[in-house]
Design a protein around this ligand. Structure first.
Ligand SMILES: Cc1cc2nc3c(=O)[nH]c(=O)nc-3n(C[C@H](O)[C@H](O)[C@H](O)COP(=O)(O)OP(=O)(O)OC[C@H]3O[C@@H](n4cnc5c(N)ncnc54)[C@H](O)[C@@H]3O)c2cc1C
Length: 370
């Protein structure tokens, strides 16, 4: 039995906690606000990378495992908490996409049911789509998860588990070092001793590691989204054109995303993004032209080189583990990433090859480090 402290209550921290608790560990999860209010709340919840064929195999492997696991995760959480994360396999249309041949080659290699479809199919599937799209790629089994509900369900589930302590609104947690070794975490005026500490601090992970003199190339990348309200079933599938997408929720809400902005830790929404996202919404779904979005928000993705997350122990600080840097794909990659982390910490057979995600060689000592 191990005492583990996790800093960060996004999808990565919460699912890491759940995996370790299921294996009998004692876990304290420390979050400076309420669990699940940052990127994991703000994201769209597509259970796939946007253009999966563009990513290295390291991403495909985690995505593939997670996609297989999501329906089960949704059901388990709904049963245990009465909060349904609404994992909904409504399919995704990539409209008029120039990389169709690359995508189909990738799909054949990955054994994914992705296929080319014509205009007749497109308009039968999504009658409310704007006119003029001629062909698309279609994957019928692609799902989206209602991520704010996923986070609410995870929070409730963790609070139910006897080995779990949730410390919310704990202020900025920091690593606690004793003689150069990580002994635990300091948060909210307390010292929490730990056999192991996990950093699941999303876009803020670089800041915490910099305190140890280590440079982790995880940067905040702002994304803004709009929310519309229509009738349930009005938009039947997810649609994507030129990096802008619309996602239907079961109750008729439609998310329109997203921007990609390098503005540091600024999370303010802008009129410019509102105009640009609304124009994309109308280009996809003209009936939204006369509608005011019901909400606009921004979140900070944990950007990393190639989007390959860091999952493993920090060689310079034994007992300190990272699970971060999931960039645009943290919701889809979370189940596999957190299972892998638990496998490594508990010395179980890893669910995927851990080598591409290793911290070793990917974190630099800062020049003016202690
Ligand atoms: C607009 C947008 C659209 C997206 N769409 C998708 C999508 O469709 N599919 C997909 O797979 N992914 C998507 N993503 C990406 C996904 O949301 C992220 O990759 C994922 O949520 C990252 O999870 P996380 O747990 O690492 O980070 P977060 O959810 O940001 O959690 C980190 C937590 O750590 C806490 N924290 C940080 N520092 C400290 C500290 N010192 N002490 C205490 N607590 C601390 C924060 O408060 C926060 O709660 C999207 C993201 C955005 C912004």
């Amino acid at each position: 039995m191990q005492d583990i402290v996790i800093i960060g209550g996004g999808v990565i921290g919460c699912l890491s906690a759940l995996n370790l608790l299921d294996a009998g560990a004692r876990v304290t999860l420390v979050e400076r606000q309420q669990v699940g209010r940052e990127a994991s709340w703000a994201g769209g919840g597509i259970v796939s990378p946007l253009y999966p064929w563009r990513y290295p195999p390291a991403i495909s492997r985690l995505a593939d495992w997670s996609q297989g696991f999501y329906p089960q995760l949704g059901e388990q959480l709904a049963k245990a908490t009465a909060i349904d994360p609404e994992v909904t396999p409504c399919g995704l249309l990539w409209l008029d996409h120039a990389e169709q041949d690359d995508a189909l080659d990738w799909a054949a290699r990955q054994d994914k049911p992705l296929r080319r479809v014509d205009a007749e199919f497109i308009y039968r599937q999504v009658p409310v789509l704007a006119e003029g799209y001629r062909s698309a790629l279609w994957q019928a089994d692609l799902a989206n998860v209602r991520n704010p509900r996923l986070m609410a369900a995870l929070r409730t589930r963790l609070a139910q588990m006897p080995g779990c302590r949730l410390l919310e609104h704990a202020g900025d947690a920091r690593l606690w070092l004793e003689q150069g070794k990580v002994a635990g975490v300091q948060a909210g005026g307390q010292r929490l001793a730990a056999d192991a500490v996990i950093l699941a601090t999303g876009a803020w992970s670089g800041e915490l590691l910099a305190e140890l003199g280590l440079g982790l190339p995880v940067q905040p990348v702002k994304g803004q989204m709009l929310l519309y309200k229509s009738e349930p079933g009005w938009l039947r599938s997810m649609v994507l054109f030129e990096s802008r997408y619309a996602i239907p929720r079961r109750d008729g809400h439609i998310l329109l995303g997203s921007t990609l902005e390098h503005e540091g830790f600024d999370k303010t929404t802008t009129a410019q993004a509102l105009d640009s996202l609304h124009a994309s919404a109308v280009r996809l779904l003209p009936a939204l032209a006369g509608q005011q979005p019901v909400r606009q928000w921004a979140g900070l993705r944990p950007g990393s080189p190639d989007g390959v997350p860091y999952i493993g122990e920090v060689p310079e600080y034994p007992g300190l583990w990272l699970n971060t840097g999931h960039f645009r794909n943290g919701l889809v990659l979370a189940p596999a990433s957190c299972r892998l982390l638990a496998d490594l910490m508990l010395r179980r057979q890893p669910v995927v090859d851990p080598v591409p995600y290793r911290v070793e060689g990917r974190v630099q000592r800062l020049a003016d480090s202690p």
